[in-house]
Ligand binder design. Structure first.
Ligand SMILES: C[S@@+](CC[C@H](N)C(=O)[O-])C[C@H]1O[C@@H](n2cnc3c(N)ncnc32)[C@H](O)[C@@H]1O
Length: 247
């Protein structure tokens, strides 16, 4: 097995996420290194990937345990009153199995969403791009009900269901399933593609992240025409989350 590291400048990380999304969807680790970020995947073959922001690609032969190698980088994550941990790590907190999905609350954008969810009144909750369902699972723990996750990747949907989340295979760029509260940790490119959809028929609050600070206007540019106004903007390690409300 081969460990493949895609090295980009930290400010290009989001663009790299978008460009590498088909590869990263199967699980990846992120290694911050000063001004650079390395996005690491494991596989049998080195994919033929090239894009302008790519600084270098490293290839390292891995002996055993390759399929769960990235799991060793996971640690329990605490945000406010919420701790999440993978099943193989002991300790307190909500157990969420990441399967082969996007980390486990290790990314700043997931942490921003976790913090903001704790500040909202519990209502019905939709998690757009739920991955393993970590945000939905925490939402349920916080008292949101009913809770549903929507995700393009069927394998991630299975993982989310294994975590007790009602999850559906869905493309949120073609039809957004509204709820009184929505949490959406996507990418700026995906969010920009979500305009032109029907507005919610009841008041709604959307917590939207997955965007760099420099792209924090993208959610409001997309959802403003649907009647949303920005209520709050929060930043963590260069990433942003925006809370928007539609009356
Ligand atoms: C950044 S991850 C967030 C996962 C999880 N919510 C979290 O915060 O850790 C984005 C997720 O959106 C999913 N996704 C990407 N495009 C999508 C689409 N068009 N419709 C639904 N889900 C999508 C990806 O497969 C991925 O699981």
């Amino acid at each position: 097995m081969i460990r493949i590291g895609f090295r980009v400048r930290a400010q290009d990380a989001e663009v790299a996420y978008v460009r590498l999304e088909p590869l990263l969807a199967a699980g990846f680790e992120e290694v911050a290194d000063g001004e650079h970020v390395e996005l690491v995947v494991y596989g049998k073959d080195v994919p033929d990937v090239s894009f302008p922001e790519l600084v270098s690609v490293s290839r390292t032969l891995i002996a055993d345990g390759w399929s769960t190698a990235w799991h060793e980088h996971l640690a329990p994550v605490t945000v406010g009153s919420v701790t999440v941990r993978p099943p193989w790590l002991p300790g307190p907190g909500l157990v969420v199995d990441p399967g082969d999905t996007f980390g486990l609350a290790s990314h700043p954008t997931t942490q921003l969403c976790l913090a903001l969810l704790q500040e909202l009144p519990p209502t019905a909750l939709a998690d757009w791009g739920c991955g393993c369902g970590v945000l939905a699972a925490v939402g349920a723990q916080l008292g949101f009900t009913p809770v549903a996750g929507y995700e393009l990747d069927p394998a991630a949907v299975e993982t989310a269901r294994g975590n007790g989340v009602e999850a559906h295979v869905a493309d949120v760029t073609t039809g957004v399933p509204w709820a009184r509260t929505v949490v959406a940790n996507l990418t700026a490119a995906l969010i920009a593609n979500m305009g032109g959809q029907p507005a919610p028929t009841e008041p709604a609050t959307v917590v939207m992240s997955g965007v760099l600070v420099a792209h924090a206007d993208v959610p409001i540019a997309t959802f403003g025409p649907l009647g949303f106004v920005e209520r709050e903007r929060r930043e963590l390690e260069g990433w942003a989350a925006v809370v928007m409300e539609a009356a």
